[in-house]
Design a binder for this molecule. Structure first.
Ligand code: ZN
Length: 279
């Protein structure tokens, strides 16, 4: 290879410059991406403050990130949120002040699925089991711990085809059920599932619909739920680094085939995991 001359160096520099200029109109990537719709995330500026401000949405504590120059509330918008004006409450000296935002429309498609009849019309025993599990999971999803996560850009927990099925209004065997509140990633049984962000294991179990499940607490009210696992490789209390294995893909619970179901809960709202990962 010839040594670079002044001219080739100059051309290379111009090339780099051109690339930079070409890329300039793109805003820098922020994680999660903002999408102010049901099942999305609002990023609300709280301005400067010497210490981290405290903010709530419907009395639930919110994830607040930033520094003394600029703080931002990262707000999960529930799938069932009403469209139109909304607000969070920012705690200030002697009271709270509202920080307004708007929930825009998003039309989620309908998905019709055929599954084993006993997983739609539950027997009395399964109904009782489901009710116990539901009550337990209400306490898991209420977890809010410090410190908040360091960054919010997540790695995909398992490689594979990601369905864009978040928010789908699901009809099982002709009966309407809750919308799909996560991302499904197709992968073979046994494929390792890893933590998308550092987190502490706050729950593991075998649940009626979700099958073998692990919950991770990423801090600040940001939680991850990983369902239908064939095996669970962690215990409650374990602290995982991003990329550390938590279990393996399976087909446990109510499924039509092996895949990972990944949900993200933010201030108890299930939000679209696609907002947290690279496309
Ligand atoms: Zn799913």
């Amino acid at each position: 290879m010839p040594l670079p001359t002044r001219r080739t160096t100059l051309l290379a520099t111009l090339g780099l410059l051109a690339n930079r200029l070409h890329a300039a109109p793109q805003a820098p990537a922020v994680w999660p991406h903002e999408l102010q719709v049901p099942g999305g995330v609002a990023r609300l500026s709280l301005g400067p403050a010497a210490v981290r401000p405290v903010a709530f949405a419907n009395e639930l504590p919110l994830l607040v990130l930033g520094d003394a120059i600029e703080w931002t509330a990262i707000v999960g918008i529930p799938l069932a949120a009403a469209l139109g004006p909304a607000h969070i409450d920012l705690q200030s000296d002697g009271g709270t002040r509202p920080v307004p935002y708007t929930v825009g429309p998003k039309q989620y498609r309908e998905q019709r699925l055929k599954v084993a009849p006993g997983t739609v019309d539950l027997s009395p025993e399964d109904e009782a089991r489901y009710n116990r599990e539901h009550a337990h999971l209400q306490t898991v999803v209420a977890t809010f711990s410090e410190p908040p996560p360091y960054g919010l850009r997540m790695r995909v927990p398992v490689p594979g085809r990601r369905s864009s099925s978040f928010g789908l209004r699901r009809v099982f065997n002709g009966q309407a059920r809750n919308p799909h509140s996560g991302m499904d990633i197709a992968a073979a049984t046994g494929t390792p599932v890893v933590a998308p962000l550092p987190g502490r294991v706050i729950d593991t179990g075998d649940y009626f619909f979700n099958g073998n499940t692990v919950w991770l607490d990423h801090g600040g009210g940001l939680l991850g739920m990983f369902c239908h696992l064939s095996t669970i490789a962690v215990q409650v209390g374990d602290v995982l680094q991003a990329g550390q294995r938590l279990g393996a893909v399976g087909a446990t619970g109510r499924v039509t085939g092996p895949h990972l179901h990944w949900s993200i809960s933010l201030n108890r709202a299930m939000v679209d995991p696609a907002l947290f990962v690279e496309n």
